[in-house]
Design a protein around this ligand. Structure first.
Ligand code: PGA
Length: 240
């Protein structure tokens, strides 16, 4: 595991951009595993800037997102489909049919999970972007999710619901379930880049990097990955 400590959020975003740029430029048909949340927004801004300056193109890029809330339509401002559209897709030349995200509105959610899992096995990711939850979750794999897990419907922990309530008018509006890529599927990406910013992530980062490899901290599994980079700011790295 490589650890890069940056002086601030802007430097995290620019450092992550360089890693993504290299992957995009080195592959004919790059497959990017993408994430939502506040942390990757700066990287997405950099990717849009790179596209506008003609350094990169998304024409041959496929994207596969980590997760989606159950019950929100893709036009709901807090759905992850909407987030991706607003923060990246609408500003670059990606072909929407190559932008994949689970559908949390399907009647048969188990079937949707199976469909997504099959898609992932046919779409190996060159790079997977991750944030980290204050409780060490990756995607919506909350503490004690199995390391060999595949895409499934998961219940959000109380901590995650509280953390994500900042995006909703009322905590009762936060969906309690999501479809999430499983840990084994995240782990199967060729390269993994985890971004973290802020003191509220310091304990989770410490457990992920220095703690025992244990489902109590899902991100700790990344210690075993052969090409994983943590790009952190000083605040999130301060316990290391
Ligand atoms: P955040 O979420 O980027 O909004 O902090 C990260 C996560 O919960 O995985």
């Amino acid at each position: 595991m490589e650890i890069i400590v940056c002086k601030n959020y802007e430097e995290i975003s620019k450092t992550a951009y360089k890693v993504f740029e290299e992957v995009i430029l080195s592959r004919k048909n790059p497959v990017l595993g993408l994430a939502t949340g506040s942390t990757p927004i700066g990287l997405y801004r950099e990717l849009i800037d790179g596209y506008k300056k003609k350094r990169i193109s998304f024409k041959n890029v496929t994207t596969v997102n980590l997760d989606e809330y159950v019950g929100l339509s893709k036009n709901h401002p807090q759905s992850y489909a909407y987030f991706m559209e607003e923060n990246l897709f609408k500003s670059v030349d990606i072909d929407r049919k190559n932008a994949r995200i689970p559908n949390g509105r399907k009647k048969n959610l188990n079937k949707e999970c199976l469909r997504y899992s099959n898609l992932l096995s046919k779409t190996p990711r060159d790079i997977q972007l991750l944030g980290i939850g204050g409780n060490g979750h990756i995607a919506f794999n909350e503490p004690f999710s199995p390391f060999d897990g595949k895409t499934s419907v998961v219940n959000l922990s109380k901590k995650t619901i509280e953390d994500n309530s900042r995006f909703f008018d009322d905590i009762n509006d936060v969906p309690t379930r999501a479809i999430s890529m499983g840990i084994s599927e995240i782990f199967s990406a060729r390269k993994i880049v985890l971004l973290a910013s802020g003191k509220n992530k310091a304990k989770a980062v410490y457990d992920a990097v220095k703690g025992s490899i244990n489902p109590s901290c899902p991100a700790s599994v990344l210690q075993n990955h052969k090409d994983c980079i943590f790009i952190l700011d000083k605040d999130s790295a301060f316990l290391l």
